[in-house]
Design a protein around this ligand. Structure first.
Ligand code: NAD
Ligand code: NAG
Ligand code: NAG
Length: 429
């Protein structure tokens, strides 16, 4: 309220002005009268209006203004239309959080294409270029998917969405991703991956009917586990980054909501997903960018001079795994916040089962881009990235029908083709 300090305290201030300025004095006091009246009305308004709801606040970002971005009958119409399956009573009605993200875009389009109703939700934060998120949103709109701009911490918005639409499923992909950024902005991980997940589960457990929920965990939960391949039963209590720790926390929180409220929950541990419309903060993406610019890239090796390796998984394979998880998800058993019986709780690896050294990734990119990379080899810093990931996908194969079919070379070829097209077009805008 410091702006109030600058206001003239009393009209008496002008009394030193003498008769000469009599007319001006009259005009001024009239002005002051109006000003005080206005001020009184303003204070009255402040007293009457409720304090801003804490659920609409966010630690870092864009959502402060989100309140203005939804509501109204036109908005509701768009929400309903997007959520409606092509054939009524046949098809899922899915809320996809993080819909303008890399995985969210692909999953939303795949669901819509086969006839399901899909509503997107995304806060379009600036962790990486929001223009890419907007471009994906354009793609989604052309496919008939409306994306609500808002935050998963906005409980009022979430409740409103569940009031307007009876979601049968939630595909929860909104999160703060990235391993190294956690040292710069730890709060954003807690905010989206823990607090945001809890607000989503709170609203879902109170919904009637409760939706079945599939959400993204991460291979990073295996942390310092060195037993390969990584199986769902292996230990996940040694995270190597705050990102991993928040994803692990999410698995515990999900179990709680399954146990207490009967929500059907399926967690998917993705292994390094890549492909067209991918994330600019990931190595395959910025290697491509830097190689094309002739900029030196840093390739990490493990302390024993071995290459760092990743179980790269192509986006189309991940999408099939997500759809498989949605299709096999059992119904939630609770209603109105009360559990009626045990519900399904599942965790699956979605990987590719063939780890590729990062040096090999660079070689493939050089071939596809027809350019030699300038490389600087450095030891892997101990700031979150693990040396090696390798998925055991037996369980997802048996229960979700998951069967990855794209190898790194074929997948990168599609990525590079998209990259060239997208950024060529962009530079001529
Ligand atoms: N891409 C991978 O390799 C990978 C690997 C393991 C796990 N995951 C997980 O998969 C999910 C999707 O990842 P992605 O690669 O598509 O990431 P992404 O960053 O492209 O997508 C996440 C989207 O969520 C949105 N978002 C973030 N916080 C939000 C909030 N509080 N409210 C509303 N929207 C919010 C972002 O704007 C973004 O568009 C994430 O949960 C991620 O942690 C991804
Ligand atoms: C893979 O996981 C399954 C259980 O999901 C387990 O039975 C099997 O032994 C694992 N395979 C390896 C090679 O660890
Ligand atoms: C996720 C997100 O929006 N992060 C931003 C938080 O705020 C810092 C500092 O203003 C930005 O650098 C981040 O990009």
């Amino acid at each position: 309220m410091s702006h109030l300090d600058d206001l003239p305290s009393t009209p008496g201030k002008y009394k030193t002005d003498k008769v000469l300025h009599h007319h001006r004095y009259l005009r001024l006091s009239k002005l002051t009268l109006w000003a005080s009246l206005f001020l009184a009305l303003f204070l009255f308004y402040l007293l009457l209006s409720p304090p801003p709801s804490p659920s609409r606040r966010n630690l870092n970002d864009s959502s402060a203004s989100s309140a203005a971005k939804y509501g109204g009958s036109h908005w509701e119409k768009q929400v309903r239309k997007s959520s409606r399956p092509r054939t009524p009573h046949n098809g899922l009605t899915v809320l996809v959080t993080g819909a303008s993200g890399f995985v969210g875009t692909h999953v939303s389009i795949a669901l819509r294409r086969r006839g399901d109703g899909v509503l997107g939700l995304d806060n379009f934060n600036r962790y990486y270029d929001p223009k890419l998120k907007r471009a994906r949103q354009g793609l989604l709109e052309r496919s008939g998917v409306f994306v609500v701009e808002g935050d998963i911490n906005d409980v009022i918005l979430l409740k409103k969405l569940f009031d307007v639409v009876l979601f049968t499923h939630v595909m929860h992909l909104a999160a703060q991703a990235g391993v190294r950024y956690a040292m710069q902005n730890p709060g954003s991980y807690v905010n989206s991956n823990i607090a945001g997940f809890v607000s989503l589960l709170e609203v879902a457990k109170s919904a009637n009917p409760q939706p079945s929920i599939v959400w993204a965990s991460s291979s990073s939960v295996y942390g310092l586990n060195s037993k390969v391949p990584f199986s769902e039963k292996d230990r996940t209590d040694q995270p190597a980054s705050l990102y991993a720790a928040t994803k692990k926390a999410g698995e515990g929180i999900a179990h709680t909501y399954n146990h207490i409220y009967g929500l059907s929950l399926t967690g998917l541990r993705f292994f390094t997903v890549y492909g067209p419309w991918g994330r600019p903060d990931m190595a395959y993406f910025f290697f491509t960018k830097d190689i094309l610019k002739g900029k030196t890239i840093t390739v990490f090796e493990s302390p024993d001079k071995g290459s760092v390796a990743r179980d790269f998984t192509y986006i189309d394979d991940i999408v099939k795994g997500c759809l498989g998880a949605l299709d096999t998800a059992g119904k939630s058993t609770g209603s109105g916040g009360k559990k009626k019986g045990p519900a399904m709780f599942r965790i699956y690896n979605l990987g590719n089962t063939s780890p590729v050294p990062v040096t090999k990734l660079v070689t493939i990119l050089e071939k596809l881009l027809k350019m030699k990379a300038k490389k600087k080899v450095m030891p892997l810093p101990r700031n979150g990235d693990v040396e090696f990931t390798h998925a055991n996908i037996t369980l997802a194969q048996a229960e979700l029908g998951y069967k990855p079919s794209v190898d790194l070379e074929a997948g990168l070829k599609k990525f590079v083709k998209w990259y060239m097209g997208f950024y060529k077009k962009k530079s001529s805008w």
